[in-house]
Design a protein around this ligand. Sequence first.
Ligand SMILES: *[C@@H]1O[C@H](CO)[C@@H](O)[C@H](O)[C@H]1NC(C)=O
Ligand SMILES: *[C@@H]1O[C@H](CO)[C@@H](O)[C@H](O)[C@H]1NC(C)=O
Ligand SMILES: *[C@@H]1O[C@H](CO)[C@@H](O)[C@H](O)[C@H]1NC(C)=O
Length: 186
Amino acid sequence: MTNRCTLQLTVLLCLTGAALSVNYGKLRFKLRSSNSACQTLLWQLITSPQHCLDDRMDFQIPRQVEQPQQFQKEEAMVVMYEMLQQIHTIFRRSFSNAGWNETIVEKLLEELDDQMDCLETALEEIKQEGKFPWENRTALRLKTYYLGILQYLKAKFYGRCAWTVVQVEIFRNVSFLNGLIGALQD
Ligand SMILES: *[C@@H]1O[C@H](CO)[C@@H](O)[C@H](O)[C@H]1NC(C)=O
Ligand SMILES: *[C@@H]1O[C@H](CO)[C@@H](O)[C@H](O)[C@H]1NC(C)=O
Ligand SMILES: *[C@@H]1O[C@H](CO)[C@@H](O)[C@H](O)[C@H]1NC(C)=O
């Protein structure tokens, strides 16, 4: 009886062990395809940015976040997760006022959710391996950056041009995410 228990426990531990290591190749592949879907969807949403040049705004990105190639993969994953979450919040919020095609926005939110799900699983695994990096000041700085975007939208009464400016900013951020995905090497 005791033996059987021990055996079961061993098997269980092995299985858990196997499930615990992150398959970065697979993760990169999933994130990349979902991220490029996001890019396409965002592109479809952006209309006539040339009319909105007067509304341009410099949303000062934290310097620490500017160079994706500097990141360790664990850190890259936390930054990505934070960005996706914040972008999700921005788009979920009052997009109905922006006169966008809701089908496209819903799809965009879904793609963002998918990426967050993948990352969540991987981050959970890293946490269990004790490789969780910090001290997440970077995440806090990102929150401030996205808060700035939300405040800008509010100050502009969520007007069309303000949204266009934000869409263009987010579109660039999604390209930046692509760079971060590249940091997820085994
Ligand atoms: C919204 O976008 C979808 C997919 O691109 C398209 O099939 C649909 O006709 C659009 N709806 C409106 C109201 O433009
Ligand atoms: C910082 O990381 C811890 C886990 O180590 C997490 O619980 C917390 O929510 C994070 N804080 C921010 C601001 O992301
Ligand atoms: C968002 O896009 C701007 C414009 O390219 C860029 O400067 C900034 O670094 C991006 N922010 C993030 C968090 O990627």
